[in-house]
Design a binder for this molecule. Structure first.
Ligand code: GLU
Length: 483
């Protein structure tokens, strides 16, 4: 049986976007599941949209996510090159074949001619579509155009009155009428093939068996099928993924800043790649049971195109943050510290180079907030009380500290603090216990008073640990200022 082969074919126009990452992930999961091959190739023929770093940034983004591939520009493979601009020589025989069989023809229309035609069609209330005016040029007409110096493009001759139907793995039966499709350009006047043409040749030459891509390409598919047929080539299977919508169920725009869309940004903000992979896998795919947390191996085992939805997926930032927190809680504190530390440093909270004591302190600080952290960069806002000069007391906190017991508890605690030989978590526990014995206050009146006095917050992370991290001096200074 032929090898199962899928491909991700981005245009390297920028960073890896969540939509592209999902396509690549689905490709990867299904390739691994079926012991097939996953190819990453680059459609870089549109030089106007080309970004030099686009290739690296796509590959690095995938690598970070934990997706790997079997063939691409970096590791080569049996069907390379994997960059379209390096494959141009491979396309010529197919152009010749289509021209010879009459399935394609040279078109000498200028941009101005085409615009005029479109204008006329629109004025007549028709859908703009190339009229086919160069379909039947006489040798004399061709000669005249050539003499004028016009360079032809090559158009595919769309057969009339045909229904082009295919069984999409996600959308099921899909059909289009050929009469709604005008003869389209397959090679531009500069000799560069267009997307629709190059893509089928690459898919054919790379022996791709299943094409997974976004639904925005659905209307390209009948064009591609007609070309496969005209060339006498087998047609691969297709799976068109529904859109990803933003949280207000509108089409996602790359400019929308309310959601994070680029894989690079997740990395920068300190999301965990395995959480992002898990989240992306659920954008359109639904597992069999209730469970939503999956390792990569589980995803490979359970992923199935039959459970990918026809309806759009909605991008839910809260769900992503929830999921990332699930992974953060399970992770090693050292790993999270490594991700969080640069954010504290960038925010000027900690110096660029840390002493071993400072390193230990940072590790404990991250540990203190690990249960709560949704992504590593959040440490800066969460741990803010450790870095400010003065504590912020809101009305509730002020009311709490105005109660009768507060100065008694704080006075007693201050005595303990000043006399303390060490300021460890255990020592602090004993000190608070001593305050209880001395003052007779316990429970909320004891703990909440100390918490609010030192942090300004009614709720927060482990109190003894927080006091330990604040340190003897800060604790004593903050209480003194209050009293
Ligand atoms: N370069 C196309 C894109 O980025 C690929 C489409 C396809 O997979 O056929 O959308």
């Amino acid at each position: 049986m032929a090898e199962f082969r899928v491909r991700y074919a981005p245009s390297p126009t920028g960073h890896l976007h969540i939509g592209g990452a999902r396509t690549a992930l689905f490709d990867y999961l299904i390739a691994r599941k079926q012991s097939g091959k996953f190819v990453v190739r680059f459609e870089d023929t549109d030089q106007t949209r080309h970004v030099e770093s686009g290739v690296d940034s796509q590959l690095n983004g995938l690598k970070w996510l934990g997706v790997d591939w079997d063939e691409s520009v970096d590791i080569g493979g049996p069907y390379g090159p994997y960059r379209q601009t390096e494959r141009l020589h491979l396309y010529q025989p197919f152009v010749d074949q289509l021209l010879e069989s009459g399935a394609a023809y040279r078109c000498y229309c200028s941009e101005a001619d085409l615009e005029k035609e479109r204008g006329e069609q629109e004025a007549a209330g028709q859908m703009p579509m190339y009229s086919g005016r160069c379909r039947h040029l006489t040798p004399e007409q061709v000669e005249a155009f050539v003499a004028e110096g016009r360079k032809p493009s090559i158009r595919f001759r769309v057969p009339e009155n045909r229904v082009i139907a295919f069984e999409d793995r996600i959308r099921e039966h899909v059909e289009f009428e050929s009469n709604g499709i005008g003869d389209f350009i397959i090679v531009r006047p500069d000799g560069i093939p267009t997307y629709n043409f190059a893509v089928i040749l690459d898919d054919h030459l790379m022996k791709i068996s299943l094409v997974i891509r976004g639904e925005e390409h659905l209307t390209n598919t009948p064009r591609q099928i007609m070309m496969y047929e005209a060339l006498g080539l087998p047609v691969p299977e297709f799976a068109h993924l529904a859109l990803i919508l933003n949280p207000d169920r509108k089409k996602m725009s790359k400019r929308d800043e309310s959601i994070i869309q680029f894989i690079e940004q997740y990395k920068e903000l300190g999301y965990l790649p395995e959480a992002v992979m898990n989240f992306i896998a659920l954008l359109g795919w639904s597992p069999k049971g209730e469970e939503e947390i999956f390792t990569r191996e589980e995803l490979i085992e359970q992923f199935d195109l039959d459970r990918v939805s026809k309806s759009p997926a909605v991008f839910d930032m809260d769900k992503l943050n929830w999921m990332n927190n699930v992974y953060i809680k399970k992770a090693d504190t050292a790993r999270i510290t490594k991700l969080a530390l640069p954010h504290l440093q960038k925010a000027g909270k900690l110096p660029e180079t840390l002493s071993p004591e400072q390193e230990q302190w940072a590790h404990e600080l991250v540990g203190l907030y690990q249960e709560q952290l949704r992504y590593a960069a959040e440490i800066v806002t969460l741990s803010e009380l450790f870095f400010r000069e003065d504590v912020n007391y809101d009305d509730e906190a002020k009311a709490m500290l105005a109660e009768e017991h507060a100065p008694v508890v704080l006075g007693s605690f201050l005595k303990q603090v000043e006399a303390a030989a060490e300021f460890t978590v255990d020592a602090l526990k004993a000190m608070i216990k001593a305050v209880q014995t001395e003052t007779g206050y316990k429970g909320k009146q004891l703990f909440m008073t100390i918490r609010v006095a030192l942090t300004g917050q009614m709720h927060g992370p482990d109190l003894n640990m927080a006091l330990h991290l604040l340190g003897k001096e800060t604790v004593s200074a903050r209480i003194k200022k209050l009293l």
